[in-house]
Design a protein around this ligand. Structure first.
Ligand code: SF4
Length: 179
């Protein structure tokens, strides 16, 4: 697959920890080879760490998906009184407003903010209920822009998934922005 000239590279949002930036709750990162060394040739990245964007800072106390009755909220692991669900949803809306030219988004898996599939959900007492959750930032972003091509970084380790994602992003860019 040919790499495009810089000016035509689609803008793609990315969970910032995947780029190697130390924005995780413990000051670490999740540098991803495929995102950086391979897909980085095709896309111009717009890095976003929603937990930093809502002012949680580094280091920060971990958060997780807490499910009760019909609702799932993003709450502090140690302090369930901390509820950042609405703030994360707002961060997603702001991301789309600030970057209207996005043609795709690559999310970090297993995160209560960024995970798209199979994010763990816990009960009030800390028992693992299921892996049917979606991070709140990802959820709102996808709800707002359902046609936007999205992927979790882990699936892009496969060549066929990368090729398909690049094709979807290019098609979206062409369709939405005519470039
Ligand atoms: S998974 Fe999302 S919220 Fe967590 S550190 Fe990475 S970019 Fe930030």
């Amino acid at each position: 697959m040919t790499t495009p000239g810089h000016s035509h590279k689609p803008l793609v949002g990315v969970s910032q920890c995947l780029l190697g930036d130390p924005v995780r709750y413990d000051g670490g990162h999740k540098y991803d080879h495929w995102v950086n060394r391979v897909l980085g040739k095709y896309f111009k990245y717009v890095p976003v760490c929603p937990e930093m964007a809502i002012g949680l800072g580094v280091p920060r106390k971990p958060i997780h998906l807490l499910a009760s009755d019909a609702t799932t909220r993003v709450r502090g692991v140690e302090d369930p009184g901390l509820d950042v669900t609405d703030a994360l949803a707002l961060a997603a809306e702001r991301t789309l407003q600030d970057s209207p030219q996005l043609s795709g988004f690559i999310f970090m898996q297993n995160s209560p903010s960024c995970g798209v599939y199979t994010v763990k959900r816990f009960s009030k007492t800390g028992v693992l209920l299921d892996r049917a959750g979606r991070g709140e930032f990802a959820r709102r972003l996808i709800d707002q822009q359902p046609q936007l091509p999205v992927a979790e970084a882990q699936e892009l380790a496969e060549a066929s998934a990368r090729a398909s994602f690049i094709a979807r992003v290019r098609a979206y860019q062409q369709e939405q922005f005519g470039v």
